[in-house]
Design a protein around this ligand. Structure first.
Ligand code: G6P
Length: 483
């Protein structure tokens, strides 16, 4: 029976040490959830990096980690500290990430980073080649592994390969900046199906293929000799039911038994029931537009003194890629802005921005989603943004307003939100006011429409549609060869 194997930089578990013993904690991320659903139909392996540098562990611990992962169907690709620096922090997060998010001024063009990227991609491909058998399917994920499809295809042409890019694919004029642009595209073209979150990213990719290689492209089919490669859009969804169910459960729990976060937020409203909460949640990343958002909120308080004491911004910033310099600088900038807004507009009873630099358990996240009147999601560039979908799924009484950036992939599914340009702080300030003053019946009408759409195309549907398309491309290819 054919199997489906997943290849991604991170495995769906994080490793921690409990009393010196390695333990696994399952990730709650969208990818793990979606993949589990397709796993039921095709058993296979998940190939990825366990997230710890191999030379920071003793050989015995490393073997224990591998054994634990193996029980879960995972195969480890070990990365040394040097590889983490040059591949993960280097080429992935200092070259591709900024370039694909249109931060060309942040891009490092180091040949050593590129060499590490090639070597580590080869490691992932070799591990995958060890476990796959003729006729199997392989689904490769994201920008860290763009060379893996070709590295597998060249060794085993009868493997059906899917690739999904979780970040934007930039326009050709940006992509061409990269000295290794041809190699990256060749790597991707080893796949039979190449998926993106939106039609725009797919078009940018096809345009790069056409301009750099001149291949024949009919609609979304690329023809190279006797191969047919399909590019398509698959907007990733969330596990809608999980958020909806959790929000219903919280709502049914008596106040006394709710979490501390929930009780503290209730106190905030008890002081004045007209108070409002605005929510912002992201990884602390420069692509997320956090300083712009804070400045817009500061301007709002400046120009609307009637709202001082009445509206608080809850800002959860999840630590990310701390060893990369631009992330360190961003953290300082954000913390300075939070301090300055709180210093200017706060008083003993009022803190305008509640800032948390940490991760938060699922339960608390849903509490925040359920209790905040407005979600302010303003990335300057974002492949999709699943937080926006999670907020919508958690609004069980259908109130709540979404303010969303036109630069996030998710905007294509959120026509009913207030859409802003994240570089226009004046427009964002107006959007905050509009959101806070939106009548309840209008909120409900907009939210209900978004919920219907996001509930229908959830992460399970996303994964199934991708695998369905892999089956189709397989058939198209066979029919073409049989002609
Ligand atoms: C984005 C990327 C993922 C990545 C995640 C967390 O969502 O598309 O591939 O795993 O960020 O970043 P990290 O660098 O911690 O893996």
């Amino acid at each position: 029976m054919k199997k489906l194997h997943i290849v991604s930089n991170r495995l769906p578990f994080s490793i921690s040490f409990d009393d010196g013993n390695p333990t696994l904690t399952p990730s709650v991320g969208g990818l793990a959830t979606g993949m589990n659903s397709v796993y039921k139909d095709f058993s296979g392996n998940w190939i990825g990096w366990p997230g710890v540098a191999s030379d920071s562990q003793s050989p015995a611990d490393l073997a224990r980690i591998d054994a634990l992962l193996e029980k879960e169907g995972c195969v480890s690709v070990h990365l040394s500290n040097h590889e983490v620096e040059e591949f993960y922090e280097g080429f992935c997060n200092n070259t591709i990430w900024p370039l694909f998010h249109y931060f060309a001024q942040y891009v490092d063009f180091h040949a050593e980073f590129w060499d590490a990227y090639v070597e580590v991609n080869q490691k992932f491909a070799d591990k995958t080649l060890e476990v796959i058998e003729d006729g199997d399917y392989v689904w490769v994920h994201d920008y860290q592994l763009m060379l893996v499809p070709e590295m597998i295809k060249s060794k085993k042409p009868n493997i059906t390969i899917g690739y999904f890019l979780h970040i934007p694919f930039p326009s050709y004029e940006v992509f061409r900046i990269l000295p290794w642009r041809d190699e990256l595209l060749k790597g991707l073209l080893g796949a039979d199906l190449i998926g993106f979150h939106t039609y725009d990213y797919e078009r940018h990719f096809l345009s790069s293929v056409r301009r750099l290689f001149g291949y024949e492209i009919t609609f979304n089919e690329i023809h190279i000799d006797d191969r047919i490669i399909l590019a398509d859009a698959f907007p990733m969804g969330i596990d809608y039911k999980k958020f909806d169910d959790a929000a219903i459960k919280i709502n049914q729990t008596p106040l006394k038994e709710r979490s501390e976060v929930h009780r503290e937020l209730e106190k905030y409203f008890l002081m004045d029931p007209d108070r409002k909460l605005v929510l912002s949640i992201d990884r602390l990343d420069y692509s997320k537009g956090i300083p712009n958002r804070l400045r817009a909120f500061g301007r709002f308080l400046e120009n609307h003194p009637e709202y001082r004491g009445k509206v608080t911004l809850i800002m959860l910033s999840v630590p990310s890629r701390n060893n990369v310099i631009h992330y360190q600088r961003l953290r300082s900038e954000v913390e300075e802005l939070v301090g300055s807004i709180n210093g200017l507009y706060g008083n003993i009873n009022y803190t305008p921005v509640w800032y948390f630099y940490r991760t938060m358990p699922f339960q608390n996240l849903v509490e925040l989603y359920s209790m905040c009147d407005v979600a302010l999601i303003t990335p300057v560039r974002d492949g999709m943004n699943l937080v926006a979908k999670e907020y919508v799924a958690s609004r069980i009484n259908q109130t709540g307003v979404m303010v969303i950036s036109e630069m996030a992939g998710v905007v294509k599914e959120m026509g009913e939100a207030i859409v802003i340009n994240p570089n226009d702080e004046n427009q964002m300030e107006k959007a905050i006011l509009q959101a806070l003053e939106m009548p309840l019946d209008e909120q409900k009408k907009r939210m209900a429409t978004m919920q219907k759409r996001i509930r229908r195309y959830d992460v399970f549907k996303w994964a199934k549609e991708f695998v369905g398309a892999l089956n189709r491309v397989n058939k198209i290819q066979k029919d073409f060869l049989a002609k």
